[in-house]
Design a protein. Sequence first.
Length: 110
Amino acid sequence: MFKLIQVSGLAMVMAMGGMAATAPANAQDMELRIGRDGVRPVIRDRDIDRRGPPPRRGCGEREARAAARDSGLRDPEIVRVTPRRVVVQGFTRRGPSTITFANERGCPEI
């Protein structure tokens, strides 16, 4: 009988210890703020990404100028940048010319 009480007591102590170990992790999700409206709990939502979506990586101006120079354009100048394309003007041996690049990574020529 004494052995049964010892085993059940040990099991109860282990269960209480396990619950006490998880309590600090849950406590970090809530904070109390004291202000004009009194004491109020603030529950943080960890699912919200505060930074927002990552910036769209496309064809940068420097990259477009370099691609235009590689295509034979001298003195390239960015004329227009839209979400879909980048237009570059410059001069070739024949005179003024325009090259259009897709606003994607790597600046593919359209």
